[in-house]
Design a protein around this ligand. Structure first.
Ligand SMILES: [Zn+2]
Length: 803
């Protein structure tokens, strides 16, 4: 039977494929609307699990079929009294809060005047059955002609954004997944917004809006959550088993900096891959050819902005269509040829590598072996992930082959006209490369030039964003990027040693540090990119970068943060956006630990105070930045409402969360926890809850929040920064001295509550810490101690993030 089905599939498929995938995509996108399938509908209701649509009165027109399949419809409430509504009740407090942030209501009941639906699920079948079953739905071909004229351009535009998915689902003929459903609505109150139901996603329901602010396009996610049947586990989301491994990359850097690459990779096919395999690559890269086990496969790589925005990654998906069906579970050898301009010239022989993590095809980040060969003009230096295994000069070219001795999730490279220093300590080598000159933007006599920001579009799916500061005003000095080379190498080596002693060995034995124009840094396995500014003596930096907090950022935090990512992000990793904060918080707090060791506790406290200031900074809407949402919303925090919220909350509040845990545990237990975190989860993806359960094991005995549930609920899963005040009085005589007091909390809303340390200090004895749980308003407390205290102090060691 199985064999027969397979034969059938073989017979059907070539008919589709003969026309080519691009041709199929064109036919789907340009199918147009079908006036013969236009209806005046009343009370036509349907649901996509939690999303419920009520087409109360109006016209509905379907698209023309392609190979017998209709993939779109348009609804308009263009009749007297016409109406339609969508209802949505997010399933938890956090998502209701998110929806309310954007729409002023925790639930959605929005009337709309028109809708474009695009789908590969059973929408057409279900709706047309309903239409046929009720006599009050009437065919309306005349109206259909008018609607087709008006709506076809809109539909084409939206369908082209989804063409990768449409074609992929089309080719797999509804198997094995039941497709997706997308709706673009024109709401009466909320304006244009999108709803997506995708059974292949980790969280199947997404509602949000495309918004442009200061020239940048955002997809503001109003709410995103698993659909009902997945919450109740009636259905299971497909696992993230995207097994690709053994990357072999052969890259040529042409004298004009264009990159021409052959990438070979082993793929174990999943059921979704049978007829079309999805990969991601930078928009700057054109995939020109693909082979599967040596046989040519078709490549389909269109532009699809909206779908990418909603997905959250900014790299483009492309499809590889195999010459014959792949067998799930079997391994295949894929070979790609791709080329593009991912290196640009920042002037003075300084080069900027864009698309640092997406210059070769990938399917998200997975631990893999990498073997990289670069051929490049011999007057350049090129550094990359891994150790050099071969390095020769051939005429005008230099050819360097590198291999990562362990498995890593991503491989990067950098190039320039470098000077370099190496420091070896305890079996690990740090190699620091510096450009001989600075980029034009940092040169004397230039006009004010904007530094290159870290382009968002260069982040692969699931990949960390670069750490950066906001624009720094440029007022150039006479900078020499090699001046600090010696010290920078010693500093990075000291940082690597400090962290290795606490977190265990880094993933690779060689850590290469290389410069990048701009104000940011990024930590790849075995390879750090550091802003050129970090290479300069503080007094040679641009004027704005010489003041605090920028000086500390470029001198202390940036390189240590990126070094710490060797462990947090490249040994222990995360899979979901909700957990990504852990890696940033740990990397940044590791940098603060190093800062504290080098510059003292004052320096650590100054950095934390700076983060607090940023968290409490008022947004345009008059709220504080922290209130944009809980840290577990991750990249969702980067919205048009508060563009800086992601950075401020993930780094700043994330550092505070680690600091508060440290204060609750004490230094020794906290460091032991970090060591254990690495041991327990190395080369695995970890979740926030796994981290909480680990932290619990390192709490001191009799800690009042023994499961850290209150702590995580308040600081991780919600937002809010309270003001706290202590009043107390002391009565009685030793050995029964009575302390009565109140702890008053304001500014964090009625639901906020946190455990707060109150320290009873003595002239001649060790202090006693008493924990009181705050809540909105005044909380009384009483304790009896044996001696008269000299003072009773609220939170003396900044253990609580408060105003
Ligand atoms: Zn980072």
């Amino acid at each position: 039977m199985k064999r027969l089905l397979w034969l059938l599939a073989l017979l059907l498929v070539p008919a589709l494929w003969a026309a080519g995938v691009a041709g199929l995509a064109r036919r789907i996108v340009q199918a147009g609307l079908d006036p013969e399938e236009c209806y005046r509908v009343r009370e036509l209701n349907f649901a996509k699990e939690d999303l419920r649509f009520y087409l109360t009165d109006g016209h509905l027109i379907f698209s023309k079929p392609v190979e017998g399949v209709r993939t779109a419809a348009v609804f308009t409430a263009d009749v007297e009294g016409g109406d339609a509504e969508v209802l949505l009740f997010p399933p938890n407090r956090s998502e209701r809060l998110s929806l309310a942030n954007y729409t002023d209501s925790p639930n959605m009941s929005e009337h709309f005047k028109s809708a474009v639906f695009i789908f590969t699920d059973d929408t057409f079948i279900r709706l047309s059955e309903d239409i046929r079953a009720r006599e009050w739905h009437r065919k309306s071909p005349e109206q259909g002609v008018l609607l087709a004229q008006t709506w076809e351009p809109v539909l084409r535009n939206m369908a082209s954004s989804y063409q990768i998915r449409l074609v992929g689902d089309f080719l797999s003929g509804g198997r094995p997944q039941p497709g997706f459903f997308f709706a673009a609505l024109a709401g009466l109150k909320l304006g244009n917004f999108d709803l997506l139901y995708d059974s292949r996603a980790d969280e199947q329901i997404t509602v949000g809006q495309v918004a442009v602010k200061e020239g940048r396009t955002y997809f503001d996610i109003w709410t995103r959550f698993p659909a009902r049947s997945f919450r109740t586990r009636t259905r299971e989301a497909p696992g993230l088993d995207l097994a690709v491994s053994n990357y072999r990359v052969d890259a040529i850097v042409e004298p004009d900096l264009r990159l021409r690459v052959k990438t070979a990779v082993r793929l174990v096919a999943t059921p979704e891959d049978r007829r079309a395999v999805t990969f991601y690559i930078s928009r700057q890269m054109k995939v020109t050819e693909a082979l599967i086990d040596g046989e040519p496969a078709e490549v389909f790589q269109p532009e699809s902005l909206r779908a990418n925005l909603i997905r959250g990654g900014s790299n483009d998906a492309f499809l590889v269509v195999p010459p014959r069906e792949l067998v799930p579970g079997r391994a295949y050898e894929l070979e790609f040829r791709h080329e593009g301009a991912v290196v640009s010239d920042a002037g003075n022989g300084v080069y900027y590598v864009g698309s640092r993590g997406s210059w070769y095809p990938s399917r998200g980040l997975q631990f893999s072996r990498y073997d990289l060969t670069f051929r490049y003009p011999k007057d350049l230096n090129l550094v990359a992930t891994g150790q050099v295994v071969d390095d020769v000069v051939e005429g005008h070219w230099r050819v360097t082959r590198r291999r990562a001795e362990g498995r890593v999730r991503v491989a990067g490279f950098n190039l320039g006209d470098y000077e370099h220093r190496a420091v070896t300590r305890g079996g690990y080598t740090v190699e620091v490369y510096a450009n001989r000159r600075v980029e034009r933007a940092l040169e004397p006599k230039t006009q004010r030039v904007l530094l290159m920001p870290s382009p968002r579009s260069l982040t692969a799916a699931g990949q960390r964003r670069p750490l950066e500061v906001l624009t720094v005003p440029i007022e150039p000095a006479r900078p020499d990027p090699t001046a600090r080379l010696e010290r920078l190498a010693a500093e990075v080596a000291a940082g690597l040693e400090f962290m290795t002693a606490r977190f265990g060995p880094p993933p690779l034995r060689t850590l290469t540090v290389s410069p990048i124009p701009g104000t940011f840094g990024q930590g790849f396995p075995g390879l750090l990119y550091l802003s050129t500014i970090a290479y300069l003596e503080p007094e040679e930096r641009p004027a704005g970068a010489r003041n605090e907090p920028y000086e500390t950022f470029f001198s202390e935090i940036l390189s240590a943060h990126e070094t710490a990512h060797q462990w947090w992000g490249n040994v222990v990793t995360t899979a979901a956006y909700q957990d990504e904060w852990l890696m940033e918080a740990l990397a940044n707090y590791s940098a603060l630990l190093l800062l504290e060791k080098r510059k003292g506790t004052r320096a650590l406290e100054a950095a934390l105070a700076q983060y607090k200031t940023q968290l409490l900074a008022k947004t345009e809407g008059g709220r504080v930045t922290d209130s944009a949402g809980p840290i577990v919303w991750g990249l969702r925090l980067e919205s048009s409402q508060v563009p800086a919220a992601w950075r401020t909350i993930v780094y700043g509040k994330g550092s505070w969360i680690m600091h508060m845990l440290r204060r609750q545990m004490g230094d020794e237990r906290f460091l032991a926890m970090l060591g254990e975190f690495r041991r327990r989860y190395q080369y695995r993806a970890v979740t926030t809850e796994q981290f909480r359960r680990l932290a619990v094991q390192f709490l001191p005995p009799r800690f009042p929040d023994p499961q850290l549930e209150a702590f995580f609920e308040q600081w991780v899963y919600s937002s809010g920064i309270p003001s706290l005040r202590l009043n107390y009085s002391v009565r009685g005589k030793p050995p029964a001295v009575r302390i009565s007091g109140t702890l008053t909390q304001r500014d964090a809303g009625p639901e906020f509550s946190a455990w707060v340390p109150i320290e009873v200090q003595y002239a001649k004895a060790r202090p006693i810490v008493h924990w009181v749980r705050s809540s909105d308003g005044a909380v009384p407390f009483n304790l009896t101690v044996r001696q008269a205290p000299s003072k009773v102090v609220l939170d003396p060691a900044s253990s609580v993030l408060r105003r």
